[in-house]
Design a protein around this ligand. Structure first.
Ligand code: COA
Length: 152
């Protein structure tokens, strides 16, 4: 039987993706039960495309052009190694496309870019109750003993 499942490509975000990315961003913000101001959303998107920004974003694009997920990341200097560390900031797969390996592929895309940038130490956070995400993270990463604090 021929495999008619659409192919999915992981690629860098482009300016033409803004409307579709905003749809995914809305889902991501609903997942976190937060509201992000329009000026913050606009600034985030413009940073992805700014060659002088360290911010990167990749999308999972189906062969029909639909965007099924995205990931964002940035390298930064650190005192604990000569090479930069790399922070994976956001990760979302559309609810209709989960459990098909896209989350893993998006993280592996970040790993590949981290290696290319000489910043192999990739790290990220998740909520302790986000068990769904952790089912993936235990397969692609290692759980640390750190806790996150913020000023506000
Ligand atoms: C977390 C998220 C990105 C994962 O995306 P995904 O595409 O569903 O993940 P994948 O399909 O690549 O990986 C799921 C892995 O978990 C495993 N898994 C999924 N459901 C499972 C279950 N019920 N029991 C055991 N393992 C399970 C799968 O076997 C798979 O492992 P494999 O690659 O070895 O097969 C997605 O659920 C999401 O967007 N969630 C909402 C937003 C969010 O939580 N973002 C992360 C914030 S830190």
């Amino acid at each position: 039987m021929p495999d008619s499942a659409p192919q999915v490509t992981i690629r860098a975000i482009e300016s033409r993706d803004e409307a579709a990315w905003r749809g995914l961003w809305q889902l991501y913000n609903e997942f976190y039960e937060r509201t992000v101001a329009e000026e913050v959303t606009a600034a985030a998107f413009s940073r992805f495309l700014d060659p002088t920004s360290t911010f990167s974003c990749a999308v999972a694009e189906q062969s029909d052009g639909a965007l099924l997920g995205f990931v964002t990341w940035m390298p930064h200097p650190t005192t604990s190694s000569i090479e930069p560390a790399l922070y994976l900031n956001d990760l979302l797969v559309h609810p209709d496309s989960r459990c098909g390996g896209l989350g893993r592929r998006l993280i592996e895309h970040v790993y590949a870019d981290a290696d290319a940038k000489g910043a192999p130490n990739v790290y990220w956070h998740t909520q302790h109750f986000n068990h769904r995400a952790q089912l993936l993270y235990i397969k692609v990463g290692r759980l640390t003993d750190r806790r996150k604090y913020t000023r506000h």
